[in-house]
Design a protein around this ligand. Sequence first.
Ligand SMILES: Cc1cc2nc3c(=O)[nH]c(=O)nc-3n(C[C@H](O)[C@H](O)[C@H](O)COP(=O)(O)OP(=O)(O)OC[C@H]3O[C@@H](n4cnc5c(N)ncnc54)[C@H](O)[C@@H]3O)c2cc1C
Length: 256
Amino acid sequence: MNILREPRVYLLGRQSVDASGLEQFLADVGMSWSTDTEVGAEQLCEAAGRLCYMSFGQGRKTNAQYLANIIESAHGSVLEHAVWNFVILGVSRSFTHELVRHRAGFAYSQLSQRYVDESTADFVEPDCIAEEPELHALWEESIRQSHAAYCRLVEGLRKRFADEPDATMRRKLARQAARSVLPNATETRIFVTGNGRAWRHFIESRAHEHAEIEIRKVAVKILRLLRQESQSLFGDYEIVSLPDGTEIARTAHRKV
Ligand SMILES: Cc1cc2nc3c(=O)[nH]c(=O)nc-3n(C[C@H](O)[C@H](O)[C@H](O)COP(=O)(O)OP(=O)(O)OC[C@H]3O[C@@H](n4cnc5c(N)ncnc54)[C@H](O)[C@@H]3O)c2cc1C
């Protein structure tokens, strides 16, 4: 059993523009347009915004200026055309319970506790418990007891469902019931896709000083990755260190 204290966030996917499709569309409507960004998400959001007024080749000159105005004027639906895919590891089931409350513009695929054997599970310890030896000992004892109970329950339930001929179903029947004693601290893994507007709302809610520490860590990590992806879409956030050593993010443009 490993004890985990730091979430791991991996950026797996981003969008790219189909240049030939874009050229064909512009040719068909008799317009020309070029933008100064190479970033697919930024090109797509600008193209979507320009389509609203058919303003290709007119008005604001740079992509950064164009998207700053979109954010300033809270024309947030335009940001929904940009999508990023992440994998998050080393997080607890409490974290994912909070994460999946974010509905609009998100898709999730999470490790199944019904199919996956949790007898080798790892556990996520909150920093404030890890920092106090007595509290850490209490936490670890509690986790070990729950985990041992899970393993014993799986064994007992396999016998209880011995008549089930399908071995996969037998394991599933045992694990889905036994998991009821696993703690919130059990490590889980989740694949998350979100659009630009949804990621902004998530960051504002969860990289906030009132948000729980674990989800706040993830929100700040995602913000750092998204800022590398697109300054125009995420560069307005400021990351601030609090006196307790944790970080939050702020922007003047909330909930575009
Ligand atoms: C600090 C903090 C404490 C929290 N504490 C609790 C708690 O104690 N208990 C609890 O249950 N939850 C709690 N939550 C979760 C919170 O209530 C939301 O469920 C979560 O933050 C997702 O926010 P959302 O609904 O805005 O996001 P999304 O579901 O992603 O929605 C984004 C936006 O889309 C719009 N929208 C989405 N769905 C609808 C709809 N059906 N109708 C109309 N508009 C819609 C809204 O404008 C919404 O803000 C907490 C959240 C935070 C940040």
